[in-house]
Design a protein around this ligand. Structure first.
Ligand code: CU
Length: 125
């Protein structure tokens, strides 16, 4: 076999291995849904805030905070992943009075990237 042909085969084998490696299987997590939804107005205080990502996220370093318009935290510091759905992060909240609230979150994707974001919702009976 010619040396260049062998090199080509080795290169394409390495490329295939890279494409099939576990790192490329796990996508970067993005927020796909929440309850309440971004910018939604709800008529009554939700019992908890639910976030759903497109992929399961790592159980370490997860955080979810709900903050009122005065900057005070109104969640119960109990952010956790659903036992049956690793893409679902939730936290319970105090009984929310009418107003606008900010949800802030941070999770670690399976690809080890940190994903952070925030959105608002309003309670207006
Ligand atoms: Cu990523």
């Amino acid at each position: 076999m010619l040396k260049s042909a062998r090199t080509k085969i080795i290169k394409s084998t390495l490329l295939a291995a890279a494409l099939l490696s576990p790192v490329s299987v796990w996508a970067h997590a993005i927020l796909v849904k929440s309850q309440p939804a971004k910018d939604e107005t709800v008529a009554a205080s939700p019992k908890q805030i639910d976030l759903w990502f497109n992929d399961p996220v790592k159980s370490e370093y997860k955080a979810l905070a709900v903050i009122d318009s005065q900057g005070k935290r109104v969640d119960n510091h109990d952010a956790d992943l659903s036992l049956t759905d690793g893409s679902n992060l939730h936290a319970s909240v105090h009984d929310l009075v009418p107003g606008t609230y900010t949800v802030r979150y941070r999770v670690v994707s399976q690809d080890t990237h940190i994903v952070t974001g925030k959105f608002e919702f309003t309670v207006k009976p």
